[in-house]
Design a protein around this ligand. Structure first.
Ligand code: CMP
Length: 140
């Protein structure tokens, strides 16, 4: 088992409904540790750059608009196999397909307003963490 870091974003639909604490409890109850965290209002440029890999997808424009529609909480989660562990805790991208007890099943409003983002690989986790945090802001 590998100790890893992964990037998590609590999205505007969840901050709007004041769910930050409830979502953070899911991470902590499932063995992940929040080792960095800040609340931000993303600029359009930041959201476009962060989701650049999806630039050609039909939902890109709406996704960017949604991500700047309210505050987000960006955070680094650490733990054993944190990338995969967090994906299990979040559940499927589409809440209609997410398993019971997952964040998206319990809190997400739609495939777009799906409450949380989590890195999909260790390599992307490193890039996404560097996008928002400097090394001195991550305290394990
Ligand atoms: P996230 O894990 O943040 O990564 C990309 C996001 O695009 C995804 O979660 C969804 O919220 C959003 N999205 C919107 N529409 C779709 C779609 N049809 N398929 C996949 N992702 C989508």
């Amino acid at each position: 088992m590998l100790e890893e870091n992964t990037l998590s974003i609590i999205k505007p639909d969840a901050t709007r409904r004041n769910l930050t604490g409830k979502i953070n409890s899911r991470f902590e109850e499932n063995g992940l540790r929040i080792v960095a965290q800040k609340r931000l209002h993303l600029t359009k440029e930041q959201a476009e750059k962060f989701y650049e890999v999806h630039k050609e997808r039909p939902f890109y424009g709406e996704l960017v608009d949604f991500m700047v529609s309210g505050p987000v909480v960006v955070q680094v989660l650490s733990g054993q196999n944190a990338v995969a562990a967090n994906r299990n805790i979040m559940g499927d991208t589409n809440p209609a397909n997410a398993e019971e007890g997952t964040i998206r099943r319990d809190f997400a409003e739609s495939i777009e307003a799906n409450s949380v983002h989590g890195s999909d690989s260790v390599e992307n986790a490193k890039k996404e963490i560097n996008f928002f945090f400097s090394d001195t802001e991550i305290v394990g």
